[in-house]
Design a protein around this ligand. Structure first.
Ligand SMILES: [Zn+2]
Length: 357
């Protein structure tokens, strides 16, 4: 009987049509063979041998796994900071990372007089372990629903990249840190605590001569916050045909030039490695966990829409609402988040020289 209830409930919540945009446009996309030139969202691109090596890593990203990680996070409701469901979600995230072989760590901090925690894990570079890129999403949410899009979609993106880079046959020259921020919704408190506690530890070998770096030098920070929904303004029922991944940096920051260069790296990676949706770049990054980093290191955010000019003007009706549920999103929506993941992993794999042995 339970199954019957689900079948009856689904059509109310799911969009009527969930076809990927390539099919909507009547285009046939063929997956390129390994080592062959890719056909990305902007057509064929000639790949170098190094690009083809990166593509082999990106091709391991799994759409079903990405959705399952989002679903797993939504089982804990909106994961609002300070609640038992938030603490349980942290434990679950940590257990997943451990199951892939990572040693996890926690940043402990204080929020309005109460202790809070957030989890991170690190893929340690094989030749230059003392330098890293940080990839982030925020595991807390609000609104009383499941915070599926804001921000299980970004948290799962970070986790799926962590899963792929954890494979025993994958090496990276530099390190990559996976940060699942808490307390984003209360004012970026988790990311600020990380910066406050750890900026000063950068690049210090500890103990001396061990080759271990508790806080590798920051090369860049890439944040993921709300990844699934680009239905246009006014909002359409389906993912729009011009849906894109928005890459933002902050022009009014000390590291604006470096951040713009990092954003360009992501834009170009999108052209090589994303399968369905293009990316666009703009300069008004705001209200997300890359903010506390923007005056210290190259910092960018990836989103379904520009935060100030689209999200802030009503582009996503589920934002901070009880309808931010797993069932509110179609495969075409999940596919936009998946393309952001291909974009980030493509760029980072190039930057840290990821390889499959
Ligand atoms: Zn968010």
């Amino acid at each position: 009987m339970r199954r019957l209830v689900i079948l009856l409930a689904l059509p109310l919540a799911l969009p009527a049509q969930a076809t990927p945009p390539a099919q909507q446009q009547g285009q046939q996309r063929q997956a390129p063979q390994p080592g062959q030139p890719g056909r990305g969202v902007l057509g064929s691109v000639n790949m170098t041998a190094a690009d083809s090596a990166v593509k082999r890593v990106v091709d391991r990203l799994d759409f079903t796994s990405y959705k399952a990680l989002i679903k797993g996070l939504t089982e804990f409701g909106d994961r609002e900071q300070g609640t038992p469901r938030n603490a349980q979600a942290n434990d679950w995230i940590e257990a997943q990372l451990k199951s892939w072989g990572y040693t996890t760590e926690r940043v402990k901090y204080d929020y309005q007089g109460s202790p809070r925690e957030q989890v991170f894990a690190t893929k340690i570079g094989s030749t230059t372990p003392g330098e890293m890129y940080i990839i982030g999403g925020h595991m807390d949410g609000r609104g009383g629903g499941e915070a599926a899009n804001d921000d299980a979609s970004g948290t799962a993106l970070v986790m799926e990249i962590a899963r792929i880079l954890a494979a025993p046959d994958v090496t990276t020259n530099r390190s990559v840190r996976f940060a699942l921020w808490n307390n984003e919704e209360t004012g970026l408190n988790g990311a600020r605590a990380y910066v406050d506690q750890r900026a000063k530890l950068q690049g210090i070998e500890q103990p001396k001569g061990s080759g271990k770096y508790p806080e590798p030098k920051w090369l860049g920070m890439i944040q993921h916050d709300m990844m699934l929904w680009d239905h246009g303004v006014p909002v359409q029922w389906n993912q729009t045909l011009d849906a894109d991944v928005d890459i933002e940096f902050q022009l009014n920051s000390a590291k604006a030039d470096e951040s713009a260069q990092l954003a360009l790296k992501l834009l170009n990676a999108n052209r090589f490695f994303a399968t369905d949706y293009p990316a666009a770049m703009s300069n008004a990054m705001s209200n997300t966990d890359s903010g506390p980093f923007q005056d210290l290191v190259a910092a960018v955010s990836l989103r379904e829409n520009r935060r100030l000019f689209e999200t802030g003007r009503g582009a996503n009706p589920h934002w901070h609402r009880a309808t931010d549920l797993y069932v509110s999103f179609s495969d075409a929506d999940f596919r936009l988040g998946f393309n952001a993941m291909q974009t980030t992993l493509g760029a980072v794999a190039r930057l840290v020289e990821a390889r499959i042995r």
